[in-house]
Design a protein around this ligand. Structure first.
Ligand SMILES: [Zn+2]
Length: 110
């Protein structure tokens, strides 16, 4: 395991950034749900999760929460908060300061 915790945190922050952009560019939740990229620590992960707006917002309401495909959690760096319909909400337990600093919503003052 040569991958640093910081590296893992950076990957997650990047995926979160992608999802926020997806949300921005989409027409919103037309059918009640949207597809997002998995926000796990694996930079090569290309899987997606489908969530409704309310569920996604419940993740973004916390700077240290991320949504990932169920089973992609790495329990050394995060703990499971909620799990359903193929996705899992995790909370960062390492590098959580970094997760807060890179929160796009916090940065935009939204
Ligand atoms: Zn993943």
């Amino acid at each position: 395991m040569s991958v640093s915790l910081e590296r893992l945190a950076r990957n997650q922050a990047l995926f979160r950034e992608v999802n926020e952009r997806l949300l921005e560019l989409s027409d919103g939740f037309q059918d009640g749900s949207m597809q997002f990229v998995c926000e796990c620590s694996n930079e090569d992960c290309t899987e997606t999760v489908t969530m409704n707006h309310q569920a996604y917002e419940s993740v973004r309401a916390h700077s240290t929460f991320f949504v990932i495909v169920s089973g992609h959690e790495i329990l050394q760096v995060e703990k499971v908060i909620d799990s359903r319909d193929g996705w899992t909400i995790v909370q960062k337990v390492t590098e959580s300061d970094y997760a807060v600093e890179t929160d796009p919503r916090r940065r935009n003052g939204a």
